[in-house]
Design a binder for this molecule. Structure first.
Ligand code: 5RP
Length: 237
């Protein structure tokens, strides 16, 4: 297992310890969530709400009880997900796996939000290493991207590696574009500006949507709760 993989596993182990007696649990998408799914007990009486088809398939294959988001009223007890970047205020960029819209909806409708990252995802400024994924209504793609271009944003339409021409379509049927975070604008400003353009469905800026972040390293897990000091969970292995 690579160092980053090991760190993701430790972040997932840290999140597992925080689940407590939650019964209705939202699951994000990505390789760290996949590690968490591998640790969850299929015999527990918890039910999981999947943020994507990928997560639904992986959780069902593990024997977990999975619900579609359309079948629940909420609120969820806990939402658990990975992230692409986390800054010192626990604001995040998400959407590397194109599932940002349903992820943000489930996070918003949960009583507690836990995000798991390996230590390489910690940044001092959002946008340091990753662009902001943005979901756009498919038929508005050209209108939205040219408007964002006029507003000074650097935009790239995300395309699949192979096997399909044209842009990637998300599970929620939008097109994903990657927008470089401007160095001279803060995340709240960018969030409001991007959302002001009709045709933008959602952005991968998760601001104030975090309660706890578990940060995995190769030899330990750090738990950072909003508004308090971090704590190290040391492991022998
Ligand atoms: C999917 C996401 C993922 O949580 C994010 O990309 C992190 O993925 P990984 O756990 O594979 O590093 O936002 O839309």
């Amino acid at each position: 297992m690579s160092g980053v993989d090991e760190a993701k596993r430790r972040a997932a182990e840290g999140a597992l310890k925080l689940i407590g007696d939650a019964k209705l649990i939202g699951l994000g998408t990505g390789s760290t969530v996949e590690k968490l799914i591998g640790l969850l007990d299929p015999n527990a009486d918890s039910v999981y709400v999947a943020s994507s088809i990928d997560t639904a398939v992986k959780a069902s294959s593990r024997g977990l009880k999975v619900l579609h988001p359309s079948s629940i009223r909420g609120p969820l007890d806990i939402y658990i997900d990975g992230a692409d970047e986390v800054d010192e205020e626990l604001n995040m960029i998400k959407g590397g796996g194109a599932a940002l819209t349903m992820e943000k909806i489930l996070a918003h409708h949960s009583m507690k939000r836990i995000f798991m990252v390996d230590h390489t995802k910690l940044v001092s400024r959002l946008g340091e290493n990753r662009p902001v994924p943005v979901e756009v209504i498919r038929d508005a793609l050209m209108l939205v991207t040219s408007r964002l271009d006029d507003m000074g944003y650097d935009v790239v339409v995300r395309r699949p590696g192979s096997g399909k021409y044209g842009p990637i379509l998300s599970d929620t049927c939008g097109v994903i574009i990657d927008v470089r975070m401007p160095g001279d604008k803060g995340p709240e400003y960018v969030e409001n500006e991007l959302k002001s353009v009709p045709g933008v469905v959602e952005t991968g800026l998760f601001l104030g949507l975090v309660d706890v972040v578990t940060v995995g390293y190769t030899n330990k897990t750090r738990v950072i709760a909003r508004g308090s000091r971090s704590m190290d969970l040391h492991r022998q292995r």
